[in-house]
Design a protein. Sequence first.
Length: 162
Amino acid sequence: MRKTAYLGLFCAVALILSYVESLIPFFAGIPGMKLGLPNAAIVTVLYLYSWKEAALVNAVRILAVGFLFGNMFSMMFSAAGAVLSLAVMQLVKKTGRLSPAGVSIAGGIAHNAGQVMAAAAVVENLRIGYYFVPLAAAGLLTGAAIGILSQLLIPRLQPLVR
C-alpha cells in the first residue's frame, strides 16, 4: 500500500516535470529536443525500487502526457526512447561501475537513439540518423544534470520508501 502511494507520487512528479519542461522555451535547432526533466523521477525510481517500477512510472507518464499535451506520434516517440533508455540504464546500473549520474547519461543518449530509430522507421529514411550526433551531445549534458539531481535525491528518499 505504501509503495503504491510513493509510486503514485513519483508519477505525479514526472507529470509535473513534463509540464514544467513544456513551459521552458528550449530550442537548439533540433526538432523535438527537450531537457528530459521527467527522467529525474525515472532514474530515482530505478534506484529506489527496480526497473519494473521505473517502467510503470514511465508508462503512466508517457500515456498521461501524451493524452493531455501530445498526440499518438509524441507518445510513440517518447515510448521508443523510454524503452531503450530504461533497458540501457538497467544494464549499466547492474554493472555497478557507474554512479546514478553515469547511468542517467547512458539513459539520455539511449533515449535519443530510440527516438531517432523510431523517426527513421516513420519517415523510412536512414538519413535522419544525422540528428543523432547533436541529440547524443544533448543527452550527455542533460543526462548528467538529471543524474546529479537524482544522485542527490536517492539517499534522502531511501529512508522514506524502505
